[in-house]
Ligand binder design. Structure first.
Ligand code: CP
Ligand code: NVA
Length: 349
């Protein structure tokens, strides 16, 4: 909640100077100065953040590299073919070496145990940039996107205003009075249709705690693994989740419909079997005929047309490109908190 709030502030202050709407003719020294003046541009001064990516990435890598640059630091991208990890050197030794020279690690890994191993042996903060089980930074962007579109949802029910304490800023940028507060969301019903993978897993442990209900439709054999469900129960989120096999039932009355690829990275060998298993789960206008009349669509991307057709994906209900854009602001907020100078106040968790 605090990271999304901080992301909203960074975005509100800096985006007008950076968006594609600004013509190249107008991008001059004053633009650079304005971006710097509106961001904690020295937050990562003299810091290097290692990006250890053993899988492909467009959004996560772009968000990380551009955020580190705007926060005044240096991102060091280390792909699977660049370093010794996993070939000539253990994850344990690599984590110690990297954390000796860098001030933060952002890692995209295969099996989730790898990120646990990195976190265990690194002496610097470690961010999970996607593992076999979780994709936490994606949910920050999803949440900011929902807040950005709060006006669409306001008519659904009257929101209960929950005052969000502003984080105490230790760097020069304080939230100015002119920055509009993050718009509040009413309790939403969020339907997820498709494969229960890393992105859904983080939705399951995040949205119910924020007062939203989840309705998940997936074939029985593709429900989350026991270790994910243990965490869901441990956090009390199971009370906010309903499970279905029939996607029609899950989307009934939903304000937001979400899906993800049916074939996640590393599952390519199962492709045919999975496409067969998810037949009938494609998100279409027809499937969502009984969703809330103002339903919106979200997807982490990259997308294939198996799980959502073009009409929905490129249609007016789709928030997918706004969600992708929000990866940058939420990543910047997270890095400012974890690696940089922004800190939460004493009253915050
Ligand atoms: N959504 C997401 O994580 O995209 P990338 O795999 O391109 O980083
Ligand atoms: N479930 C997908 C998410 C990609 C961002 C995967 O792991 O490939």
């Amino acid at each position: 909640k605090h990271i999304v709030n901080h992301a909203h502030m960074l975005k509100t202050r800096a985006k007008p100077w950076m968006g594609p709407q600004r013509s190249s003719a107008a991008v001059d020294g004053s633009t650079t100065n304005s971006v710097k003046a509106n961001l904690p541009a020295e937050s990562l001064h003299a810091k290097t953040i290692a990006l250890l990516f053993s899988k492909r990435s467009t959004r996560t890598r772009l968000a990380a590299e551009t955020s580190v640059a705007l926060l005044g630091g240096r991102a060091l991208f280390l792909g699977r073919d660049d370093i010794q990890m996993g070939v000539n050197e253990s994850v344990r030794d690599t984590a110690r070496i990297v954390s000796g020279m860098c001030q933060g690690i952002v890692a995209r890994v295969g099996d989730h145990s790898e990120i646990e191993e990195i976190a265990k042996w690194a002496d610097v903060p470690v961010v999970n940039a996607l593992s076999s089980l979780w994709h936490p930074t994606q949910i920050l962007a999803g949440l900011l996107t929902l807040h950005d579109h709060a006006a669409v949802f306001q008519s659904l029910s009257k929101p209960t205003p929950t005052p969000t304490p502003s984080p105490t800023s230790t760097h020069a940028i304080a939230q100015p009075e002119t920055t509009p507060a993050l718009p509040a969301l009413p309790p939403l019903t969020i339907a997820y249709v498709g494969d229960c993978a890393n992105v859904l897993h983080d939705m399951l442990v995040a949205y119910p705690r924020l007062g939203h209900r989840m309705r998940v439709a997936a074939p029985l054999q593709y429900r989350p693994p026991a270790e994910v469900m243990r965490r869901v129960v441990q956090l009390g989120c199971n009370r906010g989740i309903e499970w279905f096999e029939n996607p029609l039932e899950a989307v009934y009355g939903a304000h937001v419909v979400v899906t993800d690829t049916w074939v996640s990275m590393g599952q390519e060998a199962e492709k045919e079997e999975r496409i067969r298993a998810f037949e009938g789960y494609q998100v279409t206008e027809k499937l969502c005929a009984h969703a809330h009349p103002d339903w919106m669509f979200m997807h982490c991307l990259p997308r294939k047309s198996d799980e959502v057709n073009d009409e929905v994906f490129y249609g007016p209900r789709s928030l997918v490109f706004q969600e992708a854009d929000n990866r940058k602001w939420t990543t910047m907020a997270l890095f400012d908190l974890l690696f940089g100078q922004w800190s939460l106040g004493p009253e915050d968790p």
